[in-house]
Ligand binder design. Structure first.
Ligand SMILES: Cc1ncc(COP(=O)(O)O)c(C=O)c1O
Length: 409
């Protein structure tokens, strides 16, 4: 029998992280030692007060279907926490919140309820790959605006303005940003808000790294006057509480959109595991000291890796203001970031993702997830330094052979 997939499913590809991780694991099976800098997840354990709440919930038999949009108690806790954390002028109601199995599926579901084929959505280049994957699966058109590596990965606002058309349904923001670690300034947020208001379009604000900031306190575009009602926030527990495997996220949106997302859930995954939601309630009600402690450790790791990268000849790395990614430019050594990523894995045993996996503007860069121990980061630097120097020497030698050959001809 000839198996035929739908055209949309046939177009699916693995995200770059998965491909690299699979090769890294293969090398490990062959006995190689690999430093993993490819995975976007904190290496910390989920704080004990959160796992304890899940265990209690299991013992108390919270093992049945939950209400489709989430447990009322969790929706209330999210609504309260979200408005307080962002110092928003208006409180959210529980009816503004839908709980989902992670931020990623919620992004997909949100795109599905917002976009018809031919509609347009605008987001950054480079960007988290799910935006492009979801838009193209739905037959929507993705338009991008560049982030500027020379200016801390801030958005090119002229390109953003130029990409808006009458078919634009939403601008997607992600600050702090994956893969660059860039953070939008108050001026950037105000400028995007002005565009959204002028063109009467929604902003989808992916704030999954809202608890991972190292400088000024986190700022959301929902704080800009007039924006709360047209901002859809995507956030969750994965990055803030080291809960990536729990699959727990949420979307805060106008009630009509929450209603559509609830119908979507009812027709697909139904609901999120009940005991997991109980753990989410504990996380939000906790005193945040574990989150703050994780943030301090991440800051030290950031300083270690960025300092180490900038000490390497031919490498330049902006200091990321948030998330847990460094995005060094290594184009002076090798402009083909995929080739460089492969070289570092095969020759140095360091798994770092090529920046072009996140869009053309990521070319010439590597994405380094520094959510691993300082010892591992130091081990990576100790390996990458000599490997890049050898690569650069070999390149110079090849170039010289070529140019000698040119002169003979
Ligand atoms: C920008 C961005 N949004 C959303 C997600 C998805 O997070 P979750 O684990 O909640 O699905 C990620 C995960 O890497 C991310 O980087």
């Amino acid at each position: 029998m000839e198996l035929r997939l739908s055209r949309a499913a046939a177009a699916f590809r693995n995200e770059g992280t998965v491909e690299l991780m699979m090769r890294a694991q293969q090398l490990e099976r062959e006995g190689r030692s690999i430093v993993h800098l490819e995975i976007g997840e904190p290496d910390f354990d989920t704080p004990a007060y959160i796992t304890a709440a899940a265990k209690t919930a299991l013992d108390e038999h919270f093992t049945h279907y939950a209400p489709v949009p989430g447990l009322a108690e969790l929706r209330e806790a999210v609504a309260f926490d979200a408005a307080r954390f962002r110092s928003l002028p208006e409180p959210y109601a529980a009816e503004n919140v839908v709980i989902g199995p992670g931020a990623k599926p919620l992004l997909w579901n949100l795109f599905a309820v917002l976009l018809d084929p031919g509609d347009e959505v605008v987001f950054a280049d480079p960007a988290y790959p799910a935006y492009h994957a979801a838009a193209s699966y739905l037959g929507a058109k993705a338009l991008t605006f560049r982030l500027d590596g020379a200016h801390d990965w801030r958005p090119d606002l002229d390109e953003l303005a130029a990409s808006i058309t009458p078919r634009t349904r939403a601008i997607v923001l992600n600050s702090p940003h994956n893969p660059t670690g860039g953070v939008m300034t108050a001026d950037d947020l105000a400028a995007v808000a002005a565009l959204a208001l002028r063109h009467d379009i929604l902003v989808v604000s992916d704030e999954i790294y809202s608890r991972n900031v190292y400088g000024a306190p986190f700022a959301s575009i929902a704080q800009v006057p007039g924006m709360q009602e047209r901002t859809i926030i995507i956030d969750g527990f994965s990055k803030a509480y080291a809960m990536t495997g729990w699959r727990l996220g949420y979307c805060i949106a106008p009630k009509a959109i929450v209603h559509a997302l609830t119908l979507f859930a009812n027709n697909t995954y139904q609901c999120v595991a009940t005991f997991t939601q109980k753990a989410g309630i504990a996380a939000l009600r906790g005193d945040d000291s574990a989150v703050i402690a994780m943030g301090e450790r991440l800051r030290r790791r950031r300083d270690l890796i960025v300092g180490g990268l900038n000490a390497l000849p031919g490498v330049h790395c902006a200091l990321p203001g948030g998330a847990f990614y460094a995005f060094p430019n290594a184009a002076a050594i090798e402009p083909d970031d995929v080739a460089l990523s492969r070289y570092l894995l095969e020759e140095a045993g360091v798994a770092a993702l090529g920046g072009s996996s996140f869009g053309p503007a990521g070319a010439g860069h590597l994405r380094i997830a520094y959510a691993t121990s300082s010892a591992e980061l130091q081990r990576a630097l100790d390996r990458v330094g000599p490997a890049l120097a050898a690569y650069a020497r070999a390149n110079v030698a090849t170039t010289k052979v070529h140019s000698d050959a040119d002169t003979t001809i």
